[in-house]
Write a protein that binds this ligand. Structure first.
Ligand code: 13P
Length: 342
């Protein structure tokens, strides 16, 4: 492992107030989103959609890295150009999701454990050969009555740390993604307490497993009230709570924090990220950026609907969200941006 190279890639992933584009939906998740819009759930439809995303003009102005899925990293444009070449030609670093999904955790009703460590060393070597320079692994933490349990938090944190160590050994920058879910009635305060406990446990395990913090990126949830919580806090309250939580739990050696969107609307995700950067950017040790999937892709997918004639309009919608999020990284996003699309 060359630590200098790893650190350079990690810094490049969050440089220049740009972010990451998550387009690593598993086949089943992608099919579910297609089914909701009446788009055929075929390999060719998924390939066409991913080509639409990756050929969006100007994407590299806002995006440093794209997270692909196993099927996607092996695919090509219709004209035969490999997706990995399309991405790198656009100045974007290719990355890959390497966990194999969250399964029910034995002995822990309603909780999940993420799998994918078996055989991971071999898969990482192949992904590096295919051109990937970073990876992603997502752990899922559910908030509810009596959960999350210590058992669930510790098992997921250890898996994240073992994954991260294997990635760095293979010369790949790990994105470490412990996601505390939005589903539930819990308050913002509860989400903060759970997120802080999860992050402290994750960093404890990363240290134990000898992961180089300068050569990784953290992908956490913003701290948010549960979707069905009667009290929905303001954008500024969410921004303050999220940054306070991260300052307590994330070491300064980590170069960047790239949020997942977790089911927030595109506008709210941009507004909250923006508020964090407006209020705190000059005082933070790490870059605060985005690694959204739904909050960046959803409008484009809804416009496309599988129709060739709608590709350009869908690409404009994707570029618009990418620009809004880059502005949010600079603290320059404003809701007026949603009115005048360029
Ligand atoms: P969302 O932004 O849709 O939450 O997806 C991010 C992601 O990569 C989940 O693993």
């Amino acid at each position: 492992m060359n630590s200098q190279k790893l650190m350079a890639v990690a810094r490049a992933m969050v440089a220049e107030d740009k972010g990451l584009l998550a387009m690593d939906e598993s086949t089943s998740t992608c099919n579910k989103r297609f089914a909701g819009l009446g788009i055929p759930q075929t390999e060719e439809a998924r390939r066409t959609y991913r080509e639409l995303i990756l050929t969006t003009p100007g994407l590299g102005e806002c995006i440093n890295g794209a997270i692909l899925y196993d099927e996607t990293i092996r695919q090509q444009k219709k004209d035969g150009t490999p997706f990995v070449k399309v991405i790198t030609d656009a100045g974007i670093i290719p990355g890959i999701k390497v966990d194999t999904g969250a399964e029910d955790m034995a002995g822990h009703p309603k909780e999940k454990i993420t799998e994918g460590l078996d055989g991971l060393r071999g898969r990482l070597a192949e992904y590096f050969q295919l051109g990937a320079r970073f990876t992603k692994w997502r752990a899922v933490i559910t908030v509810g009555d009596g959960i999350p349990s210590r058992g669930c938090i510790e098992a997921n944190a250890q898996a994240l740390a073992r994954y991260a160590a294997l990635c760095q050994e293979a010369g790949l920058v790990p994105i470490v993604e412990p996601e505390v879910l939005m589903e539930g009635e819990h308050t913002l305060e509860r989400c903060c307490a759970v997120t802080e406990e999860v992050l402290r446990t994750v960093f404890d395990q990363l240290y134990t497993q000898r992961v180089t913090l300068e050569g990784m990126i953290l992908k956490p949830n913003m701290t948010l009230p549960g979707l069905t919580c009667p009290k929905q806090d303001s954008v500024d309250e969410v921004a303050d709570a999220t940054v306070r939580c991260l300052l307590r739990a994330v070491p300064a050696a980590v170069p960047g924090i790239a949020f997942l969107s977790g089911g927030q609307s595109g506008e709210l995700a941009s507004a909250r990220l923006n508020a964090m950067n407006v209020r705190f950017k000059s005082r933070l040790p790490w870059a605060l950026t985005f690694s959204f999937s739904r909050a960046i892709q959803q409008p484009a997918l809804e416009i496309w609907q599988g129709e060739d004639g709608r590709v350009l309009a869908a690409q404009r919608a994707l570029y618009h969200r990418a620009r809004c999020n880059r502005a949010a990284c600079r603290g320059e996003y404003h809701t007026a941006m949603e009115m005048r699309r360029e």
